[in-house]
Design a protein around this ligand. Structure first.
Ligand SMILES: NC(=O)c1ccc[n+]([C@@H]2O[C@H](COP(=O)([O-])OP(=O)(O)OC[C@H]3O[C@@H](n4cnc5c(N)ncnc54)[C@H](OP(=O)(O)O)[C@@H]3O)[C@@H](O)[C@H]2O)c1
Length: 292
């Protein structure tokens, strides 16, 4: 290896026991629109896409009770159950989504418990490998939400616990109560405002799962980084790649604990995104991308 080369691992041991390919899939958009609400209208197409993801070696799929208000978990089970032994389905709870334009935080112990029971049923699982608190609920003391999740973990309904949309001090507070194996916050090459959370997770061997890794707004169609210009586009052209692939490759190089969950509704985009793990960036290229 010369001085300008880099090498990355394509896998991460989540929670110390789940061997994850770092390029996973975010299923949120396989839901009714607008608002990621209700059943995905092209149900069969969605099932085909999920099966293609698994064929392409995706073994980490991110979903949530709130996506499609339950239907997103159902399409995953409908496409993939009985599951391959190494497939990890990560879901989330703590958001009540009664209508396309309503997103109500509810991380009360009662709502979390009924959420876990519902996810187990919809996903046809006896235990959820990774259950993530979707976001802290300002109406409920944080320690109370985490305590409720710890109880569900102690009962064996959850294998590992993760957090989403949290600060470093919230991660520290949660870790005093129960081990936390992952954090899912917004992060991409164009939005690094959560870099301190990423660095904390890297230092503590906690998986960091960026959402919006292609720069998308969760309720809007389109990925700004797929059409990025400037340095990203220049490096993409040099490597015969697309800008979105460079944006994902940068994340894979950024830290070894990053697991990607780019979202898409098309098999063509899925296939394109999956090739990001075969793109090696040189140190010079990484330096240029870091300066954007
Ligand atoms: N924890 C949270 O609060 C939270 C919030 C938001 C999202 N998430 C999770 O993160 C996952 C990803 O988030 P996201 O879907 O909002 O954002 P994203 O991954 O940044 O981007 C998805 C958007 O990019 C487009 N796209 C994907 N691949 C493309 C390609 N190769 N070329 C051109 N366009 C492409 C998709 O459109 P097409 O369908 O046309 O490909 C879609 O509109 C979600 O599925 C969900 O699991 C979590």
């Amino acid at each position: 290896m010369t001085n300008n080369t880099t090498s990355i691992s394509n896998t991460f041991k989540l929670g110390g026991d789940l061997n994850i390919n770092r390029l996973g899939y975010g299923a949120m958009r396989l839901s009714g629109q607008p608002g990621n609400f209700g059943a995905y209208p092209d149900w069969e197409g969605g099932e085909q896409l999920l099966r293609r993801a698994v064929e392409l070696k995706v073994n980490f799929i991110d979903t949530a009770e709130a996506y499609g208000a339950g239907f997103n978990e159902e399409i995953i089970a409908s496409a993939l159950h009985p599951y391959k032994q190494d497939l990890v389905i990560a879901t989330k709870g703590g958001i009540n989504k009664p209508a396309p334009d309503k997103i109500l935080a509810d991380a009360s112990p009662a709502f979390l418990r009924s959420g876990v029971e519902g996810s187990l049923q919809r996903l046809k699982l006896e235990q959820i490998d990774l259950y993530q608190l979707h976001r802290p609920d300002p109406k409920v003391p944080f320690a109370e939400s985490i305590g409720a999740l710890k109880e569900l973990r102690d009962e064996g309904k959850i294998r590992h616990l993760g957090l989403s949309n949290v600060t470093v001090s919230q991660i520290e507070e949660a870790r005093k109560i129960v081990p936390i194996v992952s954090v899912q916050n917004k992060f991409s090459i164009s939005d690094r405002s959560m870099e301190n959370v990423l660095d904390y997770c890297t230092q503590n061997n906690i998986a960091f799962i960026p959402h919006g890794s292609l720069g998308a707004h969760p309720l809007k169609q389109g990925a700004p980084l797929a059409n990025a210009e400037g340095v990203i586009a220049d490096i993409a052209t040099k490597k015969g790649a697309k800008p979105n692939q460079i944006a994902l490759a940068w994340l894979l190089h950024r830290a070894p604990n990053i697991i990607l969950i780019p979202g898409t509704t098309t098999i063509a985009h899925l296939e394109e995104n999956m090739t990001a793990s075969s793109i090696t960036l040189t140190k010079d290229e990484i330096n240029l991308l870091n300066q954007i």
